[in-house]
Design a protein. Structure first.
Length: 276
């Protein structure tokens, strides 16, 4: 559809940003709902982030997503922070309201929504969280708030302890990750291990409980080596693309005034873009 002078504008800010699938995702929703608006990839150097964010407000943008490496800078530039972003300690969604920048974090809620879309109850049993970065914090807090007992396991014990203190849970040494699977109902890879161009995640599933659900937030490739190994063992899996789709819902709703639906058609559109 054609844009008019009333078009609402949003985008994703990153450096680089060409890899982001968010423009394809939001573009599909804009087309589906016939919205007079656009969602743009915005390549912004780290040194320019704060000035560009403020410029977008003055240019009339409705808001923006924030991706690597700007999430800490986004937290700092906000005039107001939602409770969810405060708990997660990071911002991935900006909303511009009457000249004010409001920061939110939708990673945790997106992850929980993706679990439930796969028929997985996040509170069904203990969850083992692999990693201690920003995504791990958001997901760990969301799992804890959903009723799960969380255990953090990270290659750096110091970072694992720090995150466990934030969540209010226990932590394990990285060497204990394989044996710990026997005592958990869910394991979540929040690291970049297994992503295209990165080393694989070294995790043996031989001691996994029969009912273990294996989740991976990596979505390039769509089926990581971890998920493939889990399927060979007959374990339930939850891929990372669904989290990307679900975490985008609150921002789109705030910017364009329509709460979009995550469904099989949307999944196929974005998955096809990834495969291409």
């Amino acid at each position: 559809m054609y844009l008019t002078g009333h078009a609402r504008l949003a985008g994703v800010i990153g450096w680089p940003v060409a890899h982001s699938r968010s423009p394809r995702l939001h573009g599909a929703w804009l087309e589906r709902y016939g919205i007079d608006g656009a969602y743009l990839p915005l390549a912004v150097r780290p040194a320019d982030f704060a000035a560009c964010a403020r410029a977008l407000v003055r240019m009339g943008f409705a808001g923006a997503n924030v991706t690597i490496p700007h999430k800490e800078a986004a937290f700092a530039v906000c005039d107001r922070i939602t409770d969810g972003a405060q708990r997660a300690g990071a911002v991935n969604t900006l909303m511009f309201r009457d000249g004010v920048i409001v920061g939110d974090n939708t990673d945790g809620t997106g992850f929980i929504a993706n679990l439930r879309a796969h028929g997985v109850d996040p509170a069904a049993g203990p969850a083992l969280l692999l990693g201690a970065g920003g995504a791990a914090r958001a997901i760990g807090v969301a799992l804890s708030e959903a009723g799960a007992t969380v255990t953090v396991c990270n290659r750096s014990a110091e970072r694992a302890m720090a995150l466990a203190e934030v969540i209010g849970c226990r932590w394990l040494d990285w060497v204990a990750r394989d044996t710990a699977l026997a005592d958990h109902a869910l394991v979540v890879n929040t690291t970049s291990l297994g992503m295209k161009g990165q080393p694989p995640l070294d995790l043996s599933l031989r001691q996994a409980s029969a009912g273990l659900v294996v989740a991976d937030i990596v979505y390039v490739p769509l089926q990581t080596a971890l998920l493939a190994a889990a399927q060979v063992r007959g374990l339930r899996t939850v891929e990372g693309l669904g989290m990307l789709l679900h975490q985008a819902v609150p921002g789109f709703s705030a910017w364009f005034g329509v709460t979009p639906t995550v469904d099989d058609d949307l999944y196929r559109i974005v998955a096809a873009d990834l495969m291409a």
